[in-house]
Design a protein around this ligand. Sequence first.
Ligand code: NAD
Length: 329
Amino acid sequence: MKVAVFSTKPYDRKFLDQANTHHEIVYFDTRLEPKTASLAADFPAVCVFVNDNVGAETLQVLAEQGTRLVALRCTGFNNVDLETAFQLGIKVVRVEAYSPYSVAEHTVGLILMLNRKLYRAYNRVRDDNFTLDGLLGFDLHGCSVGILGTGKIGLIFAQIMAGFGCQLLGYDVYPNPEFAAIAQARYVDLPELFAQADIISLHCPLLPETHNIINAETISQMKDGVMLINTSRGKLVDTQAVIKGIRSGKVGYFGIDVYEEEDELFFADWSDRIIQDDTFQLLQSFPNVVITSHQAFFTKNALNNIFSTTIASISDFERGNPLKHELTL
Ligand code: NAD
């Protein structure tokens, strides 16, 4: 089957070529959006990533050109207008689980980086400066960690943090018995999570109910100096509210792998250009903020799983088999 792959990077080609069985794959570097959708003319399948725009307008163009399958090579699907896809008869598949360990472990990396100021320590030692002023951290052992969303990633993250000797406060609209089974874990309501947690980590999907779930009001309920970590989706957080919190000292640490307005920035090299996003530039200027560019998923284990699942879904679609990873309303 002919597959148009958008937002392609060299590593996508490498892993997708390895996983491909027989499909005719054409790679496009550009993002999928209404003005680039014409590139997929006569492709029955398109393959997209987190920042491709699969909204109503794009889907309309794809449908008119004969596309019948959108294969997301990621877990989150907030960039797809599912209702329009159904109306147009376009099936949408995703990769539900490829390596929850990749994202959970990166989340822990952000926490250690912020707490022990590893980014500053690394640069300091490179500069032959062996002083410790400004590098003071705290023991994770005994801390309360609030986990918003205890699905696949939240659960693994919880298990790792339990190993550090943390107390775990979970919140989820669908509680997970495996989380509740962790000795140091208990479910609480959101106000209690916000009030009790020293570290808050987001692992829920971006939905209308979770959009800007971290905002001025919820930040005001948190402990002074709270550490906020987001490896889920940027729009879970009202960045302006966090900036106010950082300035007042309410937010003591902010670690993110995702950013509200990341679409234009992330996965591209901006080192020789002027970034026009003042909010992002301001965030970068704070000493207690660490940003990575949506790389939490980026392990070879995850990429192998992502592309073998994607190819299997495309093959199932081609053969008219049931789609194991289809998204339904
Ligand atoms: P999952 O579906 O296994 O778990 C999500 C959990 O969130 C579920 O238990 C669900 O019940 C819960 N949830 C839903 N609505 C909620 C709400 N209103 N409040 C609290 N909890 C709610 O998904 P997962 O595999 O654990 O992935 C979680 C998120 O991580 C994804 O949605 C995606 O946005 C993000 N992610 C990021 C990266 C990255 O590279 N940074 C990679 C993969 C996934």
